[in-house]
Design a protein around this ligand. Structure first.
Ligand SMILES: Cc1cc2nc3c(=O)[nH]c(=O)nc-3n(C[C@H](O)[C@H](O)[C@H](O)COP(=O)(O)OP(=O)(O)OC[C@H]3O[C@@H](n4cnc5c(N)ncnc54)[C@H](O)[C@@H]3O)c2cc1C
Length: 222
């Protein structure tokens, strides 16, 4: 079998590369992934399908110790420190399939720092159209948000928060932290130091491929 392009790893990066390449109907693409793929979505195990926000115990099964959807990597930060789990997803969707689905952009000042260092395609203003292109924000429609992208974004409503989350939120307000209804709006974040002080709740959903492409399960250890 001949393919024009072969992409190894159907994670956050590989899936997007394969999906964008597949927009050209004349190009044949093979996407190779070590972990499983689930079609239709209803066949997905609950820990992947519902993930973070639904039940933290279910979510932990997606990436936790001995999960069949994780590479089960361990690492030590120092010679003395005990090994800790370094979660990495092994499934179509990669680590994005087992992650917290928090959809936060970087702080504009950081991108502008990159620009100042000579990366002239990486200023916040140049990136903003792509941030918008990738999302359909179901809550906010303004100059900072997209309405036609493949990733659906929503914020957890206050009545969906767990008691502990509500208590934490209120305690933070009492301590003088600012509320932030939209962390991806630089006008709300104000500046870098404030960004760490404000918080809000996000959820993003995985996107669908536009055209069919071949997805092969397999990998090789070196
Ligand atoms: C538990 C957890 C929570 C996270 N929470 C968030 C969050 O809330 N928000 C956020 O923005 N980011 C979060 N992240 C980080 C984010 O998911 C990653 O930065 C992102 O997925 C990295 O994308 P990637 O394409 O580089 O790698 P991955 O998405 O990990 O994809 C790599 C893919 O390649 C496959 N692969 C590897 N080697 C081979 C091989 N030899 N052959 C075939 N396939 C192979 C893997 O199985 C995997 O599917 C989280 C990550 C984890 C693990």
């Amino acid at each position: 079998m001949h393919y024009d392009k072969i992409v190894v790893g159907a994670g956050a990066a590989g899936s997007i590369i394969a999906a964008r390449l597949s927009e050209n109907p004349d190009m044949s693409i093979l996407l190779v992934e070590a972990g499983p793929d689930y079609h239709p979505a209803e066949t997905m195990p609950d820990c992947i399908r519902y993930a973070y926000g639904h039940d933290e115990n279910i979510w932990a099964k997606a990436f936790g110790h001995d999960s069949e959807f994780s590479w089960n990597y361990f690492a030590r930060t120092t010679d003395e420190a005990p090994p800790v789990l370094v979660p990495r997803g092994k499934i179509v969707g990669g680590s994005s399939a087992v992650n917290s689905q928090i959809f936060l952009r970087g702080v504009p000042e950081d991108y502008d720092d990159w620009f100042d260092l000579g990366n002239d395609e990486w200023s916040y203003d140049k990136l903003l159209p792509f941030f918008k292109k990738v999302e359909t924000d179901t809550d906010i429609n303004d100059e900072f948000h997209g309405t036609e992208g493949p990733i659906l974004v929503r914020r957890f409503k206050e009545n969906e928060w767990h008691e502990e989350q509500q208590a934490f939120y209120e305690a933070c307000l009492l301590k003088g932290f600012d509320d932030c209804k939209d962390h991806n709006n630089p006008k709300t974040i104000h500046n870098k130091s404030n960004a760490a002080r404000e918080f809000s709740y996000y959820q993003a959903h995985w996107c669908n491929f536009k055209h069919p492409l071949s997805v092969l399960r397999g990998f090789k250890h070196y």
